[in-house]
Structures are given as C-alpha cells and as structure tokens.
Design a protein around this ligand. Sequence first.
Ligand code: VAH
Length: 310
Amino acid sequence: KILVIGASGQIGVELTLALRKIYGEQNVIASDLREQNPLLQGSGPYVSLDVMNKEMLHVQIIRQGVTQIYLLAAILSATGEKNPALAWHLNMQGLLNVLDIAKEEKLNKVYWPSSIAVFGPTSPKKDCPQKTIIEPITVYGISKYAGEFWCNYYFNKYGVDVRSLRYPGLISYKSAPGGGTTDYAIEIFHEALEHEHYTCFLEKDTYLPMMYMPDAIRATIELMEAPREKIKERTSYNLSAISFSPEEIAAEIKKHIPGFSIDYKPDYRLDIAKSWPQSIDDTVARNDWGWQHEFDLAAMTTDMLENLKQ
Ligand code: VAH
C-alpha cells in the first residue's frame, strides 16, 4: 500500500492520480492536512493526516498496511521566507517523522522531493552540476539541503530506501501551486486567458529551470521503479528539462494569444529567483536511471492553454 502525504497539493494531486493508475486505486491512500482536493474525490481512499503528529502517522501506517510513502507536504520558497520557523519545522520534522517510521516499520521505499532551491548565489548559474558549491539562502533551500543529508544518513545507517529529486519549477494546470517563486509561470497562463495581460513579479530576463508536470510525475515514478542498485545518489538527483525567462514564455503564449501583453513589477521573489541557477545539469540522473525529459516550452505552452481553456 502506498501513502501519499500532501496529496491535495500541486504535485500531490497529480502524483496520486498517476500512482492509482499504475498500482490500483485502493492501493494508494491519499492524505493531507486540508480537505480532499475535488480531483481526488471518488478515485480512492483519503485520510486526514498531520505529518507533524508522529504518533498518529505511525498508527495510520500500521493500520492501513502502508509499505511505501511519498512525502510531498512542505512549505515552498516564497511562503517560507514569510514564516521561517514554520517552514523549517514542517519541512524538517515532517521528513524526520517519516524517515524514523520507515526505519521502524522497515517500509519498502520512501520518496521525498528536494529542489533546485538548494543551490545559492555561489553555485554555477549555467548547467549547475550535481556536485558543486551548495549554499542555500532561503529557509526552504536550507531545509531541503538538510533533508537531503538526512535521507543519505537513513539510507547508509539504517538501509531506508529513500529516493529524491531536485525538482525545478513545476508547471501544471490541474491543481493550484502553493507559494513558490516559480509560480509566475503558472499564473501567466491563467491571466493570459482571462485578461490577455500579466504583471510578472520577476524581471523579463529572470531565467529559471522549469519542467512540465507530466515530466516531473514520470521522473518520480521512473526513479522509484528503478532497481535499487542503480540509485547511486542518496542525497537527491538534479533533474532538468527546460529553462526560460518570463519574456520567452510570454512570447510563446503570444503565438497562441496575439493580443497578450506582459509588464514587470518585481517583488521580494526576484531576489530568491536570482539566487538560483538558470539551468541545471542532470547528466547523473540520465546516466544512473535513464532520465529523459519530453516537454519543451512550445509543447508545454500548447498543452497548458488547451487544457485551461476547457
Ligand atoms: C518554489 N516551486 O518556487 C518551488 C520550487 C525550484 C522552485 O522549489 O519554491
């Protein structure tokens, strides 16, 4: 049985639906602190769960016969800067609770996402490698980098098969994003369709590593299904697909909505975005477990607009 923690979030909803297609609806239990995302209704079991309540979590895992956990609950970069203590506490303690129970119950596998937000201003901006100078400057980045070493620790010391990906900014239409710096690339589609105009909170040339959600979901499942011996990085894998700037995605949208216009009013999220690499080198993931992205900017833009129009 698989338990998805944070199943009502931007990644959680799509990951739950994808896992249910593969493993069967009744074998994937969705859980979140919030009420069930409507997209999940009628597609399988749902339990209300607080990842910070370790005892309750442990009881549920035993009672439901859980053998794998996907932990998606976290506070992202922009929200984290507004509430550092909560972001650190939830992101760190939530992971430690899951790792400890996985050790005690000898769970089969655990998935936990890291992020390109672990990289800071001293990391290479272009084709940022798997191993390099990594000095995060956001609470979110600090918690994700610390979490990577906890995953590495629980694997090496206790044999917990926990696997992780450093997601770039993820773009999707099925469920709303939650407090990320890269979320401009989602808002822009909604605004383009509703108002044919978008005011961007970054600058026109703020390049960021990005990925369309279908690629991210497939990467997650391919990583988790890879034979154990292929997974050589037990902190977290760099993962890459596309990199673009607000100006470039605006130009791509204009091909579909000629009247679309954009202007720029940067806020505090610009500093966060500029501290991250502009592009990521994921050669290690491609070599270790055969990663290959599919969606480029044009294909993603077409798919996003088609689905949001409905
Ligand atoms: C954020 N979407 O903006 C997340 C992600 C790389 C960015 O971690 O915080």
